[in-house]
Design a protein around this ligand. Sequence first.
Ligand SMILES: Cc1cc2nc3c(=O)[nH]c(=O)nc-3n(C[C@H](O)[C@H](O)[C@H](O)COP(=O)(O)OP(=O)(O)OC[C@H]3O[C@@H](n4cnc5c(N)ncnc54)[C@H](O)[C@@H]3O)c2cc1C
Length: 460
Amino acid sequence: MRIAIVGAGATGLTAALDLLKAGRQVTIYELNDRPGGLAAGFKAPGWDWSLEKFYHHWFASDSDALKLGEELGIRDRMIFNRPVTVVYYEGRFYQLDGALSTLFPKLPWLDKLPLSGSLARGLLALKFPALSFLDTVRYGLLGIYLVLTTNWRSLEKVTAHEWLSRWAGKRGYQVLWEPLLVGKFGEELYREVNMAWMWARIKARTPRLGTFVGGFQAFFDSVAAAVQQAGGELRYSTRVVAIEQAGNGKWTVASSAAGAGSNTSVREEYDRVLVTTSPRLMSRLAPQLPADYLGSLQNLKSLGAVVMVAALDRQLSTQGFYWHNLPKSSGFPFLAMCEHTNFVSSEHFGGQHLIYCGDYVSTSHPYFMMTDDELRQVYLPSLKRFNADFDPAWVKQTWIFREPYAQPVPFVDHSRHIPPTRTPLRGLFFASMSHVYPWDRGTNFAIRLGREVAAEMLRD
Ligand SMILES: Cc1cc2nc3c(=O)[nH]c(=O)nc-3n(C[C@H](O)[C@H](O)[C@H](O)COP(=O)(O)OP(=O)(O)OC[C@H]3O[C@@H](n4cnc5c(N)ncnc54)[C@H](O)[C@@H]3O)c2cc1C
């Protein structure tokens, strides 16, 4: 049985490993010149680690990623530490996300308490001037409830806006929760996102964050090497342009060299095809799918991401903060500023200090239309708000990355609207970030999805 996989991201690579293990022949087509998809990285001269184009870290609870690392013998290169996350409020940054050992360094065993994250957040919030004592108690209790409950199905029936406005109190909602929703989904969509999405974030995230020795690119290079060792074929810089039924129960995959026109395509036959790209591209590659399946693909909403990476000759956040959450109302032109080298040592990047300024926006937003120079002019001046001494001369180089399919948006009752990974056309499968639910998309869940869809293909 010959299987084609479109995409060498976390989903495609993991599915390939399991299919190869079960004795299938696998060919992966990848548009990019390397594996990793959205988690792929790049290197500049003098760096011995890659940097992800879009900021990436694992959580200590990312069990599927850790298990894959274990299976491939690279678990010891998945390293964790506890960088500091802060929230901006009226000119200052406050740490509202922490572990109990941050507050009680002499009692590290406190972190073993199942509710340690929620308790720590509650205690840290006591110092947050925006909240009254009552708001703080509500914040802590809400965190505890969300960690303890498993009933996300009832939470997906209500929007996060309605649920949190009711239970977090007006002030707590406005100061803590609403900025997270607005930041991630924008003014137009944030009131429609369901509460299961917020639940999943609180439930599955830990203050301990992880990366891979050499960067996420090195992790995915290792996964791709394992695919090749198992006999899988990886075709990089190759764009799949169409997937057609061949008439004999088989599928024809038409592909061309990245950058070449579709009329120069190579056609090959397979028994099964798995597509791991965006729903939009899936509907273009296989327009012969039944109308209701195509309709469900079109109804899946998502946002794009725009990120500026800047290499500085010195540290920006002198307090050493890693992740800065920036409420849109505070006037920053981006949602988050993340100083990567306050998480991973700058020694891996030739002593340079690397920051990401990132935002999630729709593809019709001006950030998608601006030239790189125009975007730099919008983003760079606000760095002074992180460090009053900041001078543009500190910036030695910048890179801009834009991705149209970056963040699926889950509405009320989302689970009923996700199209099945087994499409109505026999032998054609589709598994994308939009299938990851109720969890927020991430490499861990893409790995899990890859395994699930491979198992389904093997049952077929
Ligand atoms: C801004 C941002 C921040 C993120 N932060 C984190 C984080 O901190 N931690 C985390 O774990 N995850 C994070 N993620 C999410 C994570 O990157 C994704 O969940 C995961 O990489 C998805 O893997 P995938 O294989 O499903 O899709 P993708 O990685 O998108 O893989 C699809 C692949 O298909 C290829 N492709 C597309 N079209 C074609 C074609 N026509 N022919 C051939 N190949 C094609 C693409 O090049 C790509 O390699 C982040 C994502 C973004 C955008």
